[in-house]
Design a protein around this ligand. Structure first.
Ligand SMILES: Cc1cc2nc3c(=O)[nH]c(=O)nc-3n(C[C@H](O)[C@H](O)[C@H](O)COP(=O)(O)O)c2cc1C
Length: 188
């Protein structure tokens, strides 16, 4: 394969999951869409979110050291985009989108009902990385729409999750293989 040195490497260069983080704002909860995020540890279950310090949501994360992590799906793609364009400085995003808040049982963080999966997270460390600050956080409770539970797993093909890359939203819809299938399939 012929390779090209890609000078634009500073932008997103592989598909990532998207989250909508919920924080208690001055008078009401606020939402911010983030692509720089991921699960980073199993025991305890930990996530990381990277936020530019000039975001309206950043000061609330610093003050409260807790946040909600809401995982969008196909139905929520335009709302997710909107929460990444508009600022809570100017508008009440939750009200504009006609979404609804419920409170987590462990930390009391605001979470959004319309999302198939939401989690309460407690910040343990804040690391300045450059343009962004990385908030490392322990997951203290997860809430899942029952219809997307398949045994003790979330059925992402059914929930129709999202991935983000090259400034484009993609749909996670089709299960190809299960983990470990290579052991059988590559023998064929
Ligand atoms: C798809 C997408 C991904 C984004 N990822 C991040 C991110 O990882 N970190 C960040 O600080 N801002 C990110 N943003 C920008 C913020 O979501 C945006 O500036 C938002 O309006 C900030 O909201 P606030 O001012 O209410 O805090 C992203 C925006 C979009 C549309």
């Amino acid at each position: 394969m012929e390779k090209q040195f890609w000078s634009e490497y500073k932008s997103s260069f592989f598909p990532v999951p998207l989250v909508v983080v919920s924080v208690d704002g001055k008078e009401k909860p606020n939402l911010i869409t983030l692509g720089w995020t991921g699960v980073l540890n199993s025991e305890p279950l930990m996530v990381g979110i990277s936020v530019r310090p000039n975001r309206y949501s950043s000061s609330f994360l610093h003050e409260q050291k807790v946040f909600g992590l809401n995982i969008p799906n196909k139905n929520l793609v335009l709302g997710t985009d909107y929460c990444g364009i508009k600022s809570g400085r100017d508008i009440d995003k939750i009200n504009e989108l006609n979404w609804h808040v419920f409170r987590g049982e462990s930390l009391g963080t605001p979470l959004i009902e319309e999302f198939p999966v939401s989690a309460e997270c407690k910040v343990t460390q804040i690391l300045p990385l450059g343009s962004h600050e990385l908030f490392l956080a322990e997951v203290k409770g997860v809430y899942i729409d029952k219809e997307y539970l398949n045994g003790n797993r979330i059925d992402w093909a059914k929930a129709e999750g999202l991935a983000y890359g090259s400034k484009t939203y993609f749909l996670v819809k089709e299960a190809l293989y299960k983990q470990g299938d290579s052991l059988q399939e590559l023998k064929k």
